[in-house]
Design a protein around this ligand. Sequence first.
Ligand code: SF4
Ligand code: MG
Length: 324
Amino acid sequence: MLLEVRDLHVEFRTRDGVAKAVNGVSYGVDAGETLAVLGESGSGKSVTAQAVMGILDIPPGRITGGEVLFNGRDLLKLKEDERRKVRGAEMAMIFQDALSSLNPVISVGDQLAEMFTVHRGMSRKDGRARAVELMDRVRIPAARERVRQYPHQFSGGMRQRIMIAMALALEPALIIADEPTTALDVTVQAQVMELLAELQRELHMGLILITHDLGVVADVADRIAVMYAGRIVESAPVHDIYKAPAHPYTRGLLDSIPRLDLKGQELYAIKGLPPSLLNIPPGCAFHPRCPLARDVCRTDEPPLYEVSRTRGSACHFWRECLHG
Ligand code: SF4
Ligand code: MG
């Protein structure tokens, strides 16, 4: 396994108490595989990824347990300088908002070239040549001319391609993309997602795709891990999930119909709101919103039941959900 997260716990200290953002998450991704991590905002999907990347930089954030094994090595035990080497060279992250991730006063060519001059000790000239190659690779038209332009001179979709180029520069084994297309128009979303999937296959990378939109991952993911209130509530091959969800929350996600006029907003088909991480409901955290909930759900926290060899569901009534 390229990356294996085991029983990860992350807490945030806030003025109002301890927010339990990640509560025992385990997932893995292999080389050449795409794992989609799905959930509403506040489900812990981004925080988990930040813990994996070692960029959990909001000061009160604290990893309180678990392991992050990357090629068998626990990243949580590395010193910060070793960690920094892994980041960028061996794993890279793509964020939703390219405009705030790129430096506005440095040309995109220079920012791309810097990956090679700083990390690979290349000359500026060679770095520039590699920058043009990368821009070609992510299919930015007229790369040779546009390499001198600044981030604001590119459209949102083109900027996101530049982010992908930055992430790919050092040929990492793993890429984590956090809502990489959420800020884009639907057609551009599909193009960027396709490009990412294609490069992932070509370079045989592991890809973790974080999203709140089940629609965008259907064609590219191998597996899906659904998160709710800091836990994984269902984990399964993508085809299994589409055939029949084994958790009522996954069913709710499937039933959400994408609507163009609500672009950028989070899920709405499931009634109610996700719980505050300061005050996660007892028993099954989903029970206040669950159409199948009954008494035991209010008191007993469901473990991740083994639905099949490759599938787990944290619902006491997963059989009912699966066949219902
Ligand atoms: Fe719903 Fe109960 Fe299953 Fe939780 S355990 S998802 S509340 S049926
Ligand atoms: Mg997020």
